[in-house]
Design a protein. Structure first.
Length: 333
């Protein structure tokens, strides 16, 4: 099925999501107009989940930052992994009624931020200026990063069960200019790559997924990015894709082969169409178990190195070496 032009609005006049894979992000995310099948009124806001994740990978460090808004509660995390020293610095926050969270972005333009005490995290989207920005001062760590945008993003809307939907905008392998400061010592990697995950949806009360994303180069020196998923955004359409340079290559369903009891053992990711065959070697992980009354989360995000083969539409095999993330996430929300 071909990639379609993006609709002007996420939800149509009948209250239904516009399903498909699109050539550009959707500008008007009018999720307040969504009406579930069999209902006559828009869905309550607490059923809508939104998040923005930005990640940076380089030979020196790996960064992950996210702001999640569930309306009744918010969740924020930030971490830096020193790849050479093997040290992880992280902070996470629960925000009842999303206090301290500003979520004013559609993934194209606007700002998502969090502030509590001396901790600050800001993520800005501005595709008109061809960039996304991450600014953080958390746990005494300062990160400033500018992500160069892509001309071919991955944007899709899928069903989630009988009565839900999910919109996601994904970008990976973005060239990044970054500076990291820990304890007064500054680091500016010669080369870094970024990952962006913007999501808005009415997901199932119980949701589980695996996700993988990262960036690097192939053997010919082309910039490469991957975005792969299993368990969500794979009904009717999938968000699975990789980029060779600025060219988007769509991918079929992907199998994640790993031992959930030994999550830091090697992983294997393969797509049903044969375009993806990657091994993943974790170097560490960011994990968290949250239990906040009606909301719970079991979260593992290993980070490390992907190696293997990506095969494009012409059948050309690209041998790749990428840094990035895998994820196992169960949520009750």
């Amino acid at each position: 099925m071909p990639i379609a032009p993006a609709p002007a609005r996420l939800i149509d006049a009948a209250g239904r999501p516009r399903l498909g894979v699109f050539s550009a992000p959707i500008a008007d995310l009018n999720y307040r107009d969504f009406i579930r099948p069999g209902a006559s009124r828009p869905v309550p806001l607490y059923r809508i989940k939104r998040w923005l994740y930005l990640g940076v990978v380089s030979p020196e460090f790996i960064v992950g930052a996210a702001v999640v808004s569930l309306h009744l509660v918010g969740n924020v995390f930030f971490y830096v992994f020193d790849r050479r020293g093997g040290k992880l610095i992280e902070r996470s926050f629960l925000a009842p009624l999303c206090r301290g969270i500003n979520f004013d972005s559609n993934g194209i333009a606007g700002e998502v931020s969090f502030a509590r005490g001396s901790d600050r995290l800001t993520m800005r989207n501005d595709r008109r200026e061809n960039r996304h920005l991450l600014s953080a001062l958390v746990a005494g760590v300062r990160v400033e990063a500018e992500f160069e945008d892509r001309q071919e993003p991955l944007a899709c809307v899928t069903r989630t069960g009988f009565s839900g939907f999910n919109y996601t905008l994904k970008l990976a392998g973005l060239p990044v200019t970054a500076e990291l400061e820990i304890g007064g010592a500054k680091s500016r990697p010669a080369e870094a790559f970024g990952v962006l995950d913007y999501t808005t949806g009415c997901l199932a009360r119980e949701t589980f997924w695996n996700w993988a994303a990262g960036g690097g180069r192939d053997a010919a020196g082309n910039v490469v990015g991957i975005n792969l998923v299993q368990g969500v955004n794979d009904t009717g359409f999938t968000e699975n894709a990789f980029w060779i340079g600025d060219r988007l290559v769509k991918v079929d369903s992907v199998s994640f082969d790993y031992d959930d009891r030994k999550i830091l053992d090697p992983w294997r990711l393969r797509s049903w169409d044969g375009r993806v065959d990657l091994g993943f070697t974790p170097e560490g992980e960011r994990k968290e178990n949250v239990n906040a009354l009606l909301i719970a989360s079991r979260f593992h995000q290993p980070f490390g190195e992907f190696r293997g083969t990506l095969r494009d539409e012409a059948g050309v095999a690209h041998e790749v070496s990428l840094s990035g993330y895998t994820e196992e996430h169960y949520a009750l929300w």
